[in-house]
Design a protein around this ligand. Structure first.
Ligand SMILES: Cc1cc2nc3c(=O)[nH]c(=O)nc-3n(C[C@H](O)[C@H](O)[C@H](O)COP(=O)(O)O)c2cc1C
Length: 182
């Protein structure tokens, strides 16, 4: 497939986020024909149906979703579940008519956290994605332990096993997109 546009969302807003580092590795190692762009969620307000107009940060995110063929969701685990920044972004986008900016798109999930590699949060996110009508890559799953010399002093992903999983997962995302296109 040529030109698969992937929008990445990261549920951690901190500058040295290990989840962001997974996305940065994915961006640098995307297969030929795939472009990955990381959305900026830092200015998104909490979803509130009473707001008189969509905030500019929401409009920017919606425009990025409109251009994207696929999603890459970097999912930290907060208290055994999805980090609010990620859920809030999905909630905003889901309010477009008929969920038209997500329904039917393909997506992959990765995450970096404690020893369970954010698996508990990722499975919650998978449940959310059912309602969003996203088609998820099932395997490989990318569960990264952030606290096992997985990142170097600059915060770059150095763990070869996780690096390999990310490359395999991007390949699977590309393949899934191709299948849904036909
Ligand atoms: C509010 C909060 C709750 C957390 N709960 C969990 C948890 O349930 N499981 C886990 O593995 N790590 C948990 N952590 C630790 C995070 O996994 C860790 O801070 C991780 O580095 C966050 O991702 P980041 O590096 O992308 O910011 C929690 C962190 C915070 C701030």
């Amino acid at each position: 497939m040529s030109g698969l546009k992937v929008l990445a969302l990261c549920g951690s807003l901190r500058a040295k986020s290990t989840n962001k580092a997974l996305v940065e590795y994915a961006i640098a190692n995307a297969p030929e024909g795939m472009q990955i762009e990381l959305a900026d969620l830092s200015e998104l307000p909490f979803y509130n149906a009473d707001l008189p107009a969509k905030p500019a940060a929401v409009e920017r995110l919606l425009a990025q979703f409109a251009k994207a063929d696929a999603l890459l969701l970097a999912c930290p685990e907060y208290n055994y579940s999805i980090a609010p920044a990620l859920k809030n972004a999905l909630d905003w986008v889901s309010r477009e008519p008929n969920n038209e900016l997500m329904a039917g798109k393909v997506a992959a999930i990765m995450g970096s956290g404690g020893g369970m590699g954010t698996s508990r949060a990722q499975y919650h996110l998978r449940q959310v994605c059912v309602f969003l009508d996203l088609h998820l890559v099932n395997k490989p799953e990318v569960f990264c332990n952030a606290f096992a010399n997985t990142f170097d002093a600059e915060g770059k992903l150095t763990d070869e096993r996780v690096q390999s999983l990310i490359v395999q997962q991007l390949g699977a995302l590309q393949e899934l997109a191709l299948r849904f296109k036909n």
